[in-house]
Design a protein. Structure first.
Lengths: 247, 304, 326
């Protein structure tokens, strides 16, 4: 069975900072409609990988191909325009602007009129269940809502591929359930996602495939079941047999 | 009367003269810049009013000389505690509130302070140019084909001595180490139980004491007027950026480089254009080597 | 953003409406002169605001563009007998280039370092202007000849009021446009968080340069007008740091990043200046000094305790009134 052309391809992507190799020859592929999870201990290079994919800084070696186009080393704004948008691990809301304005700015990537952008933004705000806070100043929001805003804003750019960087960190169980449901919904509607997460329970519910990074290298890749029974993953990260409680 | 002219051109070795000029000037610039790099490096605050404290030091020397016939070298010893006190007061009244504020607030607060201080001087003492002419300002020193006056040489010696003292203080005393720790990582310092407010207060006071003393030292060498500080501000920042934020030895070396550029530039193009040299040097450093010549923390980390 | 703009429109309509009506009822030259200055200073601060308030690029060297505009008109007028409107165009062209350079610096240097570089730039121009005897008459400055007529901007007081008012309304409009346009929204994003903006597809560096260049050109136009109005271009004034600070001061006091703020600030500061000048007219340098001491102190206090300026204060009062009457 021939697979459709991958949406994103990383070939031996490497990043060094002085003497430290943060990411070493990582290769992976993401097909349209995938939900790929990336796990690994802190410092494994997960966010560095996102930075390179999204154009925050270029890789030292290797190639990044998106939608058939070589985007290696392209600046972040160009990559976003092509349909690849990322969120930041430490959220970066436009603090002094309202939630609506924040999301509108995302929408303006695709829209040339503010009116159209506002309509888009209101729709996205609805999807992300931020309607009640649309007029609130971003910096007045608690963390859980800021995280949702981060997702909403990225969503407004109408990405084909969305990179979510630890959007669940710091959320309480209720907020977690809501965020997982949101991501599920987005995926169900056809959005391709790569998700970095530490919260394994969430990851197991969302990801079709998981990649594990350790010391900058990809040491495992597979379905959630495969990953959680992989000896290397258990030794380096999970710490014990992680048994799925439900189907 | 310029000692070089009195001696006659044949007796002046141009390059030696330029070289010694550079060193003498560099020493003075070092004292001015060292206070600034401390404030920058430890408090991460830009002080646009730095030149005004220099100006106040010059005025202190002027009034002490004019009214009390006190020589600047004598006044110097009192100026250090006086300006230390001025620094403490300024910190408490103005700087303390803006340390944790945004860049804009810091910029405009110190710009406002600069404007206010310049004009306090203007209102109190008029815009007339004054000079401080103690006996040593016209005492020539001749050495190996170079000619200078005693004021320059002693200013240099004292400036270097004070700078070295400061470096020693930072390196070998407990307080100095505490200050350097705070510069490296404010949050970690707090966690270690360091009272960062005290550190900042001390840092600022020391920085102002240094630049106030520098003002007293240079009073025989430059005209004294309300905006006298402006000419030194830009070059101080060039020195600080060249040497790396908070790096005092870097400030010393940076001072020499800036002095060299000024001396050489003035020789070939005339003194009128020295601001342009500073500007070019400033931009060049910031664009090509913002981390300073020694790769230390530099302009990029100002955003911490 | 919308409710703020509407509120501004009410306030702006009031302000500009009153300004338009004043010459109908008041003929006192001194009063009209003050009005022209209020409007011009307001416009200059609005121009600064485009870069400083809306783009977040705080410059303390905008006098560079002001001086370029002033000198362009003065030099073309006295040496080549050209109309000041041509001088204005030349000034704008030069300021766009200079603005481009400063914009480039804004992408390399962070906050305080950028501010420093703008100061340095304006001081370099000051030195060049004050020492280039042959071209700019050096430190003596250039008297700007008065030739009556609109083409040569030789106008009476009432005409100046309406010209200044037209410029003020235009610049106010530019700011309002920034608050509603796609460009302005994205610029706000850049101002708030450049990385996040880039991640959303906004070419932050380009936007910043455009904003600074626009700000430069707008400042230059007012420099030309001012030179024609005052009749004399003194390099030590038109390129001074004090002047640059003043552009920022009005905007900060009135409310940085708001359309009406610069004009509110200008009303306050210019009136204060006029008052001080009248009261202390005997003591020459004493007056200048006190006035600037007040500036400096006000700047320190406002930036610390009223960061949103007068406009912010008004907004807060309005909100409180709205809540009380809800």
């Amino acid at each position: 069975m021939s697979a459709p052309a991958p949406l994103l391809t990383l070939e031996a992507v490497t990043k060094r900072f002085g003497g430290l190799t943060a990411v070493r020859e990582v290769s992976l592929q993401v097909q349209p409609g995938d939900l790929l999870g990336i796990i690994g201990p802190n410092g494994a290079g997960k966010t560095t990988l996102f930075h390179m994919i999204s154009g925050y800084y270029p890789p030292d070696e290797g190639r990044v191909t998106f939608d058939g186009r070589d985007i290696t080393g392209q600046p972040a704004h160009a990559v976003s325009r092509l349909g690849l948008t990322r969120t930041f691990q430490i959220v970066k809301p436009f603090g002094n602007l309202s939630v609506l304005d924040n999301v509108m700015i995302g929408a303006l990537t695709r829209r040339s009129s503010t009116r159209a952008a506002r309509t888009d933004a209101e729709r996205v705000i609805d999807i992300c269940d931020l309607g009640r806070h649309a007029a609130a100043r971003a910096r007045a929001l608690p963390l859980a809502l800021r995280k949702r805003l981060e997702v909403a804003r990225a969503l407004a750019t109408q990405p084909r591929l969305l990179l979510l960087d630890e959007v669940m960190a710091g959320l309480n169980p209720t907020e977690l359930i809501a965020m997982v449901a949101l991501i599920r919904r987005l995926h169900a509607n056809g959005l391709t996602l790569i998700v970095i997460e530490h919260i394994m329970a969430a990851m197991m519910r969302l990801a079709q495939r998981i990649v594990m990074l350790h010391h900058g290298e990809k040491i495992a890749e597979g379905t959630p079941r495969e990953i959680t029974s992989d000896r290397r993953v258990i030794d380096a990260y999970l710490g014990e047999e992680f048994v799925l409680a439900d189907a | 009367m310029d000692p070089a002219r009195r001696l006659g051109p044949a007796q002046i070795d141009v390059f030696a003269q330029l070289g010694v000029s550079t060193v003498l000037l560099g020493g003075i610039y070092a004292l001015i810049a060292v206070g600034l790099t401390l404030i920058f490096g430890i408090m991460r605050v830009v002080n646009f009013a730095h030149g005004e404290f220099l100006m106040l030091g010059m005025y202190l020397a002027f009034w002490a000389f004019t009214l009390l016939s006190l020589d600047p070298w004598f006044v110097l010893f009192f100026s250090i505690p006086i300006f230390f006190g001025v620094g403490l007061v300024t910190y408490a009244l103005i700087m303390k509130g803006v340390i944790h504020a945004s860049h804009n607030v810091q910029i405009f607060t110190t710009v406002g302070l600069s404007t206010a201080l310049q004009n306090v001087a203007l209102v109190l003492w008029s815009g007339d140019f004054h000079t401080v002419r103690p006996w040593h300002a016209s005492t020539p020193i001749r050495l190996a084909g170079t000619a200078f006056n005693l004021s320059q040489v002693v200013a240099f010696v004292i400036a270097i001595a004070l700078t070295v003292l400061l470096v020693a203080f930072m390196r070998w005393t407990h307080t100095g180490r505490v200050m350097r720790a705070t510069a490296q990582d404010r949050d970690a310092a707090i966690l270690m139980g360091i009272d960062t407010d005290q550190v900042y207060r001390l840092t600022f006071a020391i920085g102002i004491a240094a630049v106030g003393a520098a003002g007293v030292l240079v009073s025989p060498l430059y005209a004294v007027y309300p905006t006298a500080g402006l000419q030194f501000v830009l070059l101080s920042y060039v020195v600080v950026v060249l040497g790396g934020l908070g790096d005092m030895v870097g400030a010393l070396i940076g001072s020499l480089i800036v002095a060299a550029v000024e001396v050489a530039g003035s020789y070939f193009f005339g003194t009128a254009w020295k601001e342009i040299f500073y500007f070019v040097l400033f931009i060049a450093v910031l664009v090509f080597r913002p981390a300073g010549l020694f790769g230390q923390r530099g302009a990029e980390t100002l955003g911490a | 953003m919308i409710t703020r703009a509407l509120a501004h429109r009410r306030g702006a309509l009031l302000l500009f409406g009153v300004a338009a009506l004043i010459p109908v009822f008041v003929r006192d030259a001194y009063f009209l002169d003050s009005l022209v200055l209020i409007l011009l200073w307001g416009a200059l601060s609005a121009a600064w605001n485009v870069a400083g308030g809306y783009a977040g690029q705080v410059s303390i060297g905008h006098a560079a563009f002001f001086g370029i505009g002033a000198y362009s008109a003065a030099l073309l007028g006295t040496r080549f007998q050209q109309s000041p409107w041509l001088g204005m165009l030349v000034g704008v062209a030069l300021s766009l280039v200079a603005g481009g350079a400063i914009g480039y610096l804004s992408n390399r240097l962070k906050g305080p370092y950028f501010a420093l570089s703008t100061i340095a730039f304006s001081q370099v121009l000051l030195i060049v202007a004050s020492r280039w005897r042959a071209f700019t008459s050096g430190s003596e400055g250039i008297p700007v000849p008065f030739r009556p007529g609109f083409a040569s901007l030789g106008l009476g007081h009432v005409a100046w009021v309406y010209l200044a008012l037209a410029v003020a309304v235009l610049y106010w409009g530019v700011q309002v446009w920034l608050e509603h346009s796609r460009f302005g929204y994205r610029l706000a994003g850049v101002r708030e968080d450049e990385d996040a903006a880039q991640a959303l597809g906004i070419p932050a560096r380009r936007l910043k340069v455009i904003a600074v260049m626009t700000s430069a050109a707008l400042t230059s136009v007012c420099g030309t007008l001012w030179a024609q109005y005052i009749g004399f271009v003194d390099p030590f004034y038109v390129f001074s740091v004090d002047l640059s600070v003043r552009f920022a001061l009005n905007a900060i006091i009135g409310g940085m990043g708001t359309a009406l703020g610069p004009f509110l600030g200008s009303i306050l500061i210019t009136s204060l200046e006029t008052y001080l000048r009248a009261t202390l007219s005997g003591v020459q340098s004493g007056f200048t000094g006190i006035y600037l001491i007040v500036y400096g102190t006000v700047l320190i206090l406002v930036v610390r305790f009223f960061p949103d300026g007068l406009a912010g204060l008004a907004a807060r009062l309005r909100a409180r009134w709205a809540r009380a009457h809800a």
